[in-house]
Write a protein that binds this ligand. Sequence first.
Ligand code: 13P
Length: 251
Amino acid sequence: MADRRKLAAGNWKMNGVAEHLAMVGALADSHGQARSEVLICPPATLVHRLAEAAQGTAIAVGGQDCHWEETGAHTGDTSAAMLADAGASYVIVGHSERRADHAEGDETVRAKTRAAWDAGLAAIVCVGETLAERKASNTIDIIGGQLAGSIPDQATGLNLVVAYEPVWAIGTGEVATPDQIGEVHDEIRRRLEKRFGPGVGRSVRIVYGGSVKPANAAEVFAVENVDGALVGGASLKAEDFGGIIEALDAS
Ligand code: 13P
């Protein structure tokens, strides 16, 4: 665990206009010295301005999605190279909201991950089961399939973060239990080690996402193989996100 730097990543989703950039300064003032790595993924319209606002601070910036090609006739899309040009160092790919809203399958997510790497970005690849899949006891199979299908062969501890986000825990206030999180994170670790070898497998960070708040963060971060969080709603306010960063630093 020692060589994996913990990661507190905020996913603003489709929230945020210019006035929300003030949050970056507030967070840099209050938590700029955090031991954990702090990342904010704003909507594409704010990536460049947020990167400027975060300049000189320890806060990193990421996109929430990218196209699998670098340029071309894809109206409305943003490439990984464009995100990198705007100041991003990470991009989230395969979020369940993209998988559901835009019918993205594992093959697409894999192509996007490769595009992210080609552009020099680290990819945060999201996996997670629906409630129906969990009830049918398919969780491990679903996660295993998503991992195998969504991650290209060239993964390293620097270019890949895996986010386990059970769909039923996203935006619902219902955080997964420590046992549920531990079971899946341990299995993800085992599969990463098997596929990429122990060195790479142990160095990839695995973060949890789904209703993480300051009040439950310590419990989540105490779980083995949890290297941080991908935070939605609670990343929109400096105070809430700061509370999560503090819990992660203390874990
Ligand atoms: P919430 O923290 O709002 O549940 O969202 C989690 C998430 O989807 C982060 O990517």
